[in-house]
Design a protein around this ligand. Sequence first.
Ligand code: 4AD
Ligand code: MG
Length: 462
Amino acid sequence: MKRTKVKDLLSNGEIHKDYMIEGWVRTHRGNKNVHFIALNDGSIIHNIQIVADANVFEEELLKKITTGSCIQAIGTLVPSQGQGQKVEIQAKQIKIHGTCDPETYPLQKKGHSLEFLRTIAHLRPRTNTFGAIFRIRHHMAFAIHHYFNSKGFVYLHTPIITGSDCEGAGQMFRVTTLDLYNLPKTKDGKIDFSEDFFGKETSLTVSGQLEGELGALALSEIYTFGPTFRAENSNTPRHLAEFWMIEPEMAFYDINDNMDLAEDFIKFLVKYALEHCTDDLNFLNEMYDKELINRLNFVLEHPFERLTYTEAINILLEAKENFEFPVFWGCDLQSEHERYLVEKYFKRPVILTDYPKEIKAFYMKQNDDGKTVRAMDVLFPKIGEIIGGSQREDDYDKLNNRIKELQIPEKDVWWYLETRKFGTAPHSGFGLGFERLILFITGMANIRDVIPFPRTPKNAEF
Ligand code: 4AD
Ligand code: MG
């Protein structure tokens, strides 16, 4: 007999028919006559109840069915006599795949703290909470590919190992095969990277954008979706050292087209989650954040507020708030500033544009004022920045001047500059932090709880 997933059994199971199910035991209680086993296989948040007649099954076998053990059961689907479930499996056969020692299994009690569960990331997918989060994460990844595919975007795979620093923030993890205890040196005493694997200095990418632009300037519309790495020592609930980013890049889009796409994209994803992850969202709404589903619907129903950085600074300067970081034209906005604009002032998502060029990357299109660039950041309630993007500088001379001003080595970006020499085109793009999206969709408060195995400063366990 073939296995039926609990999800399919609960939605399409036929009464009085026999099924085989497999999964992990959540609870087991019983008396002299009858035993009740709640089984979960991760296909859905709900368990299936297995009813085992104590006169049919050996006591020795029933004893081994403890919380966390893995079993296979064959039995008949019947309407449930008890409360809490419509149907249950009346067991005919039970086989134990793996026992689970109740003395040492860490997931015995209900209601472990999220902090504790982080220390057992190898087992936390077996909880209702993490089952729900990782299923939602899956659905969102699928929806992202669906969205871009249906719009004719090409999924472009950009490299993970790179020789260039896209964001220019110097937060890269080095990739090398050199012997760190015996480094080859040049005549003037520097490390001789010509002896390294790639014959040059390389790192893990902070963004696929620069290569993404090469794709857009040939295929018109591309997107990337892959892991990115930042060695920033930020111990916050919103930063990871390894995170996933979605980066669409479009030829012939100006910054307004870029904003329209970003807003449409996020709203599509929120709607998709509400439609396809109903059970898991209801669970998270009930257990963690009673405002979650309201907040998701609110974002769908309201246009994002669009204003310039300069207008935002004026609002912040007039705000009667005790900000920790001072506000002045030219300052990099902190999460407290972003959240004031989103949560208190506009009470909806906000898109800020036209930031000072000093606080943004070299590739952004320069405005005529000589001071600002055509950047756009999308700011979200509880998250702050969820998307960063811009129209790109497509003028060869302006881009080249900026690269020189910032002393970016030409050997690192010559190929990028050439696209502005050979058939340049207006183009734009943005990056959506996948885990920040999942934070928003699930209502979780810490980014470590929306990725299976988080990498943060001083932590690369599992
Ligand atoms: O604003 P960022 O640095 O922009 C870029 O990397 C551009 N190259 C994107 C583009 O235009 N193609 O990062 C984009 C987004 C942020 O808005 C945030 O959501 C997320 O990536 N992000 C992080 N998420 C988790 N941990 C970190 N350390 C993150 N840094 C950025
Ligand atoms: Mg940014």
